[in-house]
Design a protein around this ligand. Structure first.
Ligand code: CXF
Ligand code: ZN
Length: 369
């Protein structure tokens, strides 16, 4: 069918709103009419070539909407169901069966290669194949094809524009602290970067009952929001260039946990110097290619510290998204404070506003008819 999509054609270039052709759903595919889709930094990393992804492409991996058609073997959802989408996993490998689908052995093939595993692309523009299946969805479009493993039926009370970013950014931040780091009550947490993921980590830390929550963020409005969401201290890196010293001025023994959303090597180095004995650093920010592990074994070893990568907050979306929706319902996850909605065709303006720091989480909305 003909759909409208925000096409990425040039690294670093604007998205363009175009008409393209989407395959009908195969037996295992679910066609979703998109009502809202969040913009995640990874969409821009894929567009800009820092993550190899063949262009032209339809990106977008925080889609939510209404099931419009299902393939013959689909039983999890039916036409008319409200759904959110997340990353795709196989459901059959040891990681998936162990409750860790974010570390599915086929994660790259199912999420990042721009085509179905059989090599086909579900989207074309004229004769030109368009990379698709980004995170098993490619939802910067009026319609997307998803799978049982990456759709979740939504309760009726959560608006699409709040549900959409749960599928990546929010679960990455909140899950990073609640599930991956599992920060215990009273522990200390350093969050570097106060964007949507970092502020979701702050909300997660408040839910966990962390005693000290320090946020490093250059934008004043985001530091203010961090304090509203539960941060106990904020640091402006422009004012305190020696980050480790600024953190140790707050907590001389260092931080029990750190959560980095920046991927910036110099910040990661500083964070290592701010960790307490047995401190754990979880990294979700994408570093430049070739970045070595931060810190040095001469410190990590005697102090028993841990550095680990975290994908999607260690979340199993089927289990964790309902938990997050429950936290939203009871006011512990005030998604409204992060989300700013823009019409779908304003995607470039929305991304520019996010870069300027005018808003935290951009969610694009599409007409419901
Ligand atoms: C990203 C995390 C870093 C590796 C690529 C995928 N996930 C979500 O945006
Ligand atoms: Zn993402």
């Amino acid at each position: 069918m003909q759909i409208t999509a925000a096409l990425a054609s040039t690294p670093g270039g604007d998205f363009s709103i175009e008409t393209v052709e989407l395959d009908d759903p195969r037996a295992d595919e679910i066609r979703v009419r998109i009502a809202a889709v969040g913009v995640c930094h990874t969409d821009l990393v894929a567009r800009d070539g820092a993550m190899p992804f063949s262009l032209p492409a339809v990106l977008g991996h925080e889609g939510a909407g209404v099931v419009d058609a299902v393939g013959a073997s689909v039983t999890k959802v039916k036409v008319g169901d409200r759904v959110a989408m997340s990353f795709r996993s196989c459901g059959a490998c040891a990681r998936c069966l162990g409750g860790d689908p974010a570390y599915c052995f086929t994660m790259p093939m199912l999420n990042y290669i721009g085509m179905r595993p059989d090599g086909s692309k579900a989207i074309r523009q004229g004769e030109t194949p368009v990379s698709s299946n980004f995170f098993g969805q490619s939802s910067f479009a009026t319609y997307a094809l998803a799978y049982e493993r990456n759709v979740l039926k939504l309760p009726g009370d959560i608006p699409f524009e709040l549900a959409a970013p749960l599928g990546c950014g929010i679960q990455t931040g909140a899950g990073g602290v609640i599930l991956a780091l599992a920060c215990p009550k009273g522990s200390s947490l350093l969050v570097t970067g106060g964007g949507a993921v970092g502020l979701s980590a702050v909300m997660g830390a408040a839910i966990q009952g962390c005693g000290t929550i320090v946020v490093v963020e250059p934008h004043a409005s985001r530091r203010t929001l961090a304090l509203q969401l539960g941060a106990t201290h904020v640091i402006d890196p422009a004012e305190r260039p020696d980050l480790a010293a600024a953190v140790r001025a707050i907590l001389p023994q260092g931080m029990d946990y750190a959560f980095d959303t920046t991927g910036r090597p110099e910040i990661l180095t500083a964070v290592m110097a701010a960790l307490a004995p047995k401190g754990v650093l979880g990294i979700v920010g994408i570093p430049p290619p070739g970045t070595p592990m931060p810190g040095e074994l001469g410190t990590v070893l005697p102090f028993g510290q841990t550095v680990r990568g975290i994908i999607e907050g260690d979340s199993d979306p089927d289990a964790f998204l309902p938990v997050l929706i429950d936290h939203w319902r009871t006011g512990r996850l005030p998604l409204e404070t992060l989300v700013q909605a823009f019409p779908f065709d304003q995607i470039n303006q929305a991304i520019a506003a996010q870069h300027r720091g005018d808003c935290v989480k951009v969610v694009l909305t599409l007409p419901s008819n």
